[in-house]
Design a protein around this ligand. Sequence first.
Ligand code: RET
Length: 243
Amino acid sequence: MATPGSESIWLWLGTAGMTLGTLFFIARGWGVKDEKEQRFYIITIFITTIASAAYFSMATGFGLTQVEVGTQVLDIYWARYADWLFTTPLLLLDLALLAGANRNTIYTLVGLDVFMIGTGLAGAFASSAPARIAWWAISTVALLFLLYFLVEALSEAAKTQTESVRKLTNTLRNMIIVLWLAYPVVWILGTEGTVGFLPLYVETAAFMVLDLTAKVGFGVVLLRSHSILEEAGQTTPAAATAD
Ligand SMILES: *C/C=C(C)/C=C/C=C(C)/C=C/C1=C(C)CCCC1(C)C
């Protein structure tokens, strides 16, 4: 446990943003009776709830530790990984359920994702710069496999869905591709990569904007229409007869 520096402003903003997002989703989901639609609300509310607790822990210093790498002492916000370990699989679950993906697809996505966050965490704690970069590379390869699989498997699954569900699936999938690819870039250029191209202040702001967009932004887009979510998982008549 250590004391956050001036970057704490971004962590408090992150806490506030995730909390407001959670309250918004709860209010919006309050009267939802359809069981299928409720799943998306439950998952998304957990995502922002976990993130708001993680941000609070970072803002108050509980989620911060220091790691020695050679002569450098790095400020590492370990609570990010605790957050991501749960929230990234839940984001993938939201999308997979929308696309109507089967269990094997879901397990593969979640497996790759947990491996990616786990190896990223190892990189954050490794005590030599080459080891940190090696872990980063391993984690980034996992991300690339994950995104490839996401495109392949979800497009296939979404074929059986209605037009509006398919469109929403594609929008959310594209959000994931663009936003998630930015994380390893911020990481390697920031404190964790030891080159310190991005100071901790800037890095913390960048992760905060990414986290809010990838969680609250994602949730707003996903939960925008009640009717689309009710349609999710109902195969279209054309698809039902196709095989
Ligand atoms: C809400 C939080 C989200 C969507 C977090 C996503 C995080 C990643 C895609 C992180 C990826 C990483 C790598 C690919 C390599 C370096 C370490 C990580 C964990 C930053």
